[in-house]
Design a protein around this ligand. Sequence first.
Ligand SMILES: [Zn+2]
Length: 431
Amino acid sequence: MIDPVVETRPWDEQLALDDARYREQLAYVLGRSALYREKLGFADAREAGGLDEIARLPLTEKHELRASVTPGNPFGSHLCATRGEIVRIYSTSGTTGTPSYIPLTAGDLDNWVTGSASSYAASGVAAGQRIVSSYNAGPFVAGAALGSFDRIGLAHIPVGTGHTDRLLSAIELLLPAAAVLTPSYAAYLIEAAAERGLDLRASSVERVLVAGEPGGGEPGFRELLEEGWGAKVTEAMGIGDIGVSLWGECEEQHGMHLGARGFVHAELIDPETGSALEPADGVTGELVLTHLAHRAAPLLRFRTRDHVRLWTSPCACGRTAPRVRCIGRTDDMLIVRGVNVFPSAVREVVGTFAPAVSGNILLRPAGDGVKQEPPLPVSVELARGTNGDDALAEAIHDRLRSRLVVQTRVELVPWGSLRRSEYKSKLVERR
Ligand SMILES: [Zn+2]
């Protein structure tokens, strides 16, 4: 642990500390943010009460932030810091629209690195080890996560995105103990290494740290990665507007702990009604996050669009922070005759048919938009050197129906016919 005193502090004590920070954050925001003064409809933070009453505040949606952007204020009217206080400006990758800008003060950046270091250290990587990374530090918030490797004391080998030969050479020659990448790229590298006559299972890499998209926590997909790398796989998760690698999974591999404890407050809501859900083991809902100590552009009750499962019970690792596992993102979700279907959940079910399948899938919805009529077409890629038959397709169809309550039309496709990704996988293709 980076800071055992903080990370093992009883959670009710953490909430008491967070309550004081929340009240301060609220007063700061009301004093400086035009967006929140208007949204909350009061100017005195005492009117909001404490953290236990946070559900009284309205939720904040990404589109509200975008709508408040003007030529004079490219950040949005939740901006609180002055020009001189801002030391870093990241862009979101714009996968769900036009890029937006994320400003940070020096203190914000330091808090991001502190939280990210707790999250990544939870995986078991430790000072003195080497870690190879495949994230582009450039314009995106993921770059700030790389600073956490210095904080942990790792010897960092940055390779960047899309340099497969260089990455495999770095692993062969520099003998890193860990690799950090997207789960899609981790899967791609197993095949790419095999094509070059390399066996990653024989490499120095003992830990594969995945982040950037859901999937690293799906049991079937994780097993595929762990077998292919001969390494332990743990995942991390953040969201650009709030912070990088806010969550990091420990060696127990049972969900990601909140590494950014003290900096961020997490809630779950029912995504349909927006009402707050009582935190307990196994509860699923949409993750809503509130900054507790942010200065540049703090957010209150920000809807992340990430659907997660929560655990609050004690973890064997000793960390007391709650844990989550991402089930999928609202942005990818399809609704098939009233049933919510996450592409990553389909991949998880299909993955249970390994070694008959490769683990790659593609949903090919026939209609435009989110709502689809059954059956939902799903292409399932077979494992290398195998031939599928109708019985396999039927078994996959039946398991998808029983686990996800969705009617599909399963088409088996030969190994190598679905596109691999060196960054994030596209699991849905529109005709
Ligand atoms: Zn743990």
